[in-house]
Design a protein around this ligand. Structure first.
Ligand SMILES: Cc1cc2nc3c(=O)[nH]c(=O)nc-3n(C[C@H](O)[C@H](O)[C@H](O)COP(=O)(O)OP(=O)(O)OC[C@H]3O[C@@H](n4cnc5c(N)ncnc54)[C@H](O)[C@@H]3O)c2cc1C
Length: 403
């Protein structure tokens, strides 16, 4: 599906994560759409409510043929816009698992060397970078760049070299069939290749506290830049996690709220000394160490109204407009457990040539143990691993050619 100019309409709100996901999915597949923010155009709510039995479900997406989807999954969106979710071949030189910056860069390099490359992406190309509002530290963009725009640019560049990208398709498992690896997809298809690159990135870790899952996006957030402005004028915001991210984002949040409380489970903050000093001396921030969040409480509107904290066996309720979680990243490597060597946090161990513990399977980017979890490094790792893949394929071809 490319260069569609059909007037598709997406109704939503700027703070709604599913709206961002849907918009990114459409943009990544170059489906033109008109965005209607219901907070700026409340009169448009009638369009949404008319289609959802009076409910204001967002995103609601209207198609030119008069049909609509309410809160669609990426799979539903993919089917509705006519994306092909089946691989064109059974065999490739390289299967890249994950279409984030790492996977797309590696695919670009491989395809430019005439390798047959398949990228399998469970969501939309662009990865975490693609769902980021704005990236300010990626070289080459002096004014910063929107994540969706960068993802779209990367995808277009990769497609120029005829890389096949399957969107809204997950890799469910890998099985070694030396020298090939068989890759089972969520569509039920199986493809194989002598090289599989795992570039599946990572996902924000949650606290696991009661009520958390239901309130994600409704007062429980992972990105202050994305969701902080929604809480302008609030009295209290809670930051969970006392590492660099927690303190940096907590300081950022002070511009929107009267007070920020940082909650840290351990006895000490783990952020840099400079950040700790900034936070401790901030007149509108306080720090609670050896304290855990035991529950997220919803009010009558279904949004977060308070967190329950536990310190030294005593529980306390802290009213807040939102809680921002910065408690680490979960590597997307669960589907590889038992097959590849992982570190104690579940990230994939590689050697200096980005080879995993299984021949023919490489790992790079945020999912790799020791990677720096930055966009520029992800792109760098994509390029670096592509060269290692080339050497591996050349050695394999030499070995096969030898009598
Ligand atoms: C909100 C936010 C803001 C950020 N801001 C910045 C910033 O300002 N500057 C900066 O340098 N970095 C930033 N980052 C980090 C940066 O985005 C990441 O370091 C980078 O995207 C990592 O790239 P990656 O390709 O390794 O992984 P990801 O971007 O995580 O991509 C991995 C892809 O793999 C897919 N996937 C996972 N499992 C499977 C599976 N089983 N089958 C198929 N596909 C799968 C995922 O859907 C995903 O698209 C930010 C990240 C976030 C989330």
């Amino acid at each position: 599906v490319s260069d569609s100019t059909e007037p598709l309409v997406v109704y939503g709100a700027s703070w709604c994560p599913d709206c961002r996901r849907a918009k990114q999915f459409l943009a990544a597949h170059r489906v033109a759409y008109r965005w209607v923010d219901l907070e700026e155009h409340p009169e448009a709510s009638a369009e949404v409510e008319a289609r959802n039995d009076g409910k204001r479900i967002i995103p609601t997406i209207l198609f030119p043929d008069g049909g609509f989807l309410a809160e669609p999954t990426n799979e539903e969106l993919a089917d509705r816009i006519g994306l092909v979710r089946r691989a064109m071949a059974d065999e490739y030189d390289v299967v890249v698992v994950g279409g984030g910056p790492t996977g797309l860069t590696a695919a670009l390099y491989g395809a430019r060397e005439n390798q047959r490359v398949l990228v399998v992406e469970r969501s939309a190309p662009g990865g975490q970078a693609g769902v980021t509002e704005r990236l300010d530290n990626y070289p080459g963009f002096p004014e910063g760049v929107g994540g969706a725009e960068l993802a779209e640019r990367m995808t277009r560049q990769v497609e120029r070299y005829n890389v096949e990208i399957l969107s809204a398709v997950a890799v469910e498992s890998l099985a070694l069939d030396a020298p090939m690896t068989r890759v089972t997809l969520s569509t039920g298809d199986v493809v194989s290749a002598p090289v599989v690159l795992v570039a599946t990135g990572s996902t924000y870790r949650r606290t696991g506290a009661h009520g958390e899952a239901d309130l994600i996006g409704a007062g429980v957030h992972f990105c202050a830049t994305c969701d902080g402005p929604f809480y302008r004028g609030s009295r209290e915001l809670v930051v969970v996690g006392g590492g660099n991210s927690g303190l940096e984002e907590g300081l950022f949040l002070t511009q929107f709220t009267d007070h920020v409380t940082v909650v840290q489970a351990g006895p000490e903050l783990t952020a840099s000394a400079l950040l700790q000093e900034k936070v401790r001396s901030h007149p509108r921030m306080s720090v609670r160490t050896s304290t855990t969040v035991t529950a997220f409480e919803a009010g009558p509107t279904g949004k977060l109204t308070a967190v329950e904290l536990e310190h030294a066996g005593a529980r306390e309720r802290l009213e807040c407009a939102a809680a921002f979680l910065f408690v680490g990243l979960e590597p997307n490597a669960g589907f590889l457990a038992g097959m590849l060597e992982l570190d104690d946090r579940g990230f994939i161990r590689t050697d200096e040539r980005m080879r995993t513990s299984v021949a023919g399977i490489f790992a790079a980017g945020d999912v790799r143990a020791g990677s720096t979890k930055q966009l520029a490094s992800a792109v760098g790792e994509g390029a670096a691993v592509a060269l290692q893949v080339r050497y591996y394929l050349e050695a394999l071809a030499d070995a096969t050619a030898r009598p």
